[in-house]
Ligand binder design. Sequence first.
Ligand SMILES: [Zn+2]
Length: 372
Amino acid sequence: MKGSMKLITIKGIIVYLHFTFLVFLAWMIGVFIFSGMQWMQLVWSLLFLLAVFACIVLHEYGHALVASDLGINAKKITLYPIGGIASIEKLPENSRQELLISIAGPFVSFCLAALLLLFSPQKLSFQSFTEMDGTLNATNFLYTLAIVNISLGVFNLIPAFPMDGGRILRALLALRYNYIKATAIAASVGKVIALLLIVAGLLSLNFVLALVGVFIIVFARSEESYLQLKTLVKGLRLKDVLLYDYNNIEADLGVREAANMLQSDQGKYFIVMHDGLPVGTLNRMEVMKAVSGQEYDKTVGDLMKENLIHLEGEMLVEEVLDQFSGNEERIYPVFDKERFLGVVSFQHIIEYLLINKASLEYNKARSLAELV
Ligand SMILES: [Zn+2]
């Protein structure tokens, strides 16, 4: 996902922070400081924020671990201000799987709440709930964290994408309708709920609520086009979408020769070859930069990115699609064991779908192009 930074890797799953999350964190710290908070209170509040984020990560691990238990690899978890998103490698095969994966997160949140309440000196009651005033101390820390986990669980059950409730709703609808139709209905329900949140938020001057509504609308859209794309590539293998006509360039070519070569070739990305095998990719901008910096002693090999992921022709497109998006024009070499077959790119896969899936309605095709 664009605009995210790597935080930590646990059990092979990378946790990313989306930049809006950092903005949110900075904003909260600013609010704490400018509200004239005592330093003890500031420490408690920061500790609390960190604890909440840890609980969100655990919630996402709930989804991810159930998914891998069902044979679907989870690769990353991205944290946003209103929660996290666990990205899984491919679509769950049936609605039962999707249901289990979606429910796992809120289930973890409710379990965490129960566990925290068990160790909390303060017990759950209507009175203690109404007495919460936002000040934190050793007595109410676990209690407040438990309340947050309950809210997280409930909030995520709202039937709107990207909340788990949206997926649960889709899984239930998919028992009756096909997957695309189920997604469309669930996305529409989500949009209605989002609009209600925006209106309610504006009327009550609760702007966070309104922002959540906006967030949901944006996500409902991207979930829909993402799903359409994933459904369209289902069963397609990399060897089916190979491109044989690509630009390549030799690794030991000097910057001057490379620049000359680029003048007659308008390609943006090049496969860098050495001894007949691809060793990296080169963006033409890198060569231009080297030329303007007069770095003539460098070779293509120095400028290239050694960022090749090993792709096999037999791999399913849907398993690698996530790694492609975000940079549609970049090309990736594909192999059959050690043999170099050809290249693939996100853009080319979209073109392939447009040409070969003739039954595709034009509008659907257009929304695919919007998926960046
Ligand atoms: Zn969740």
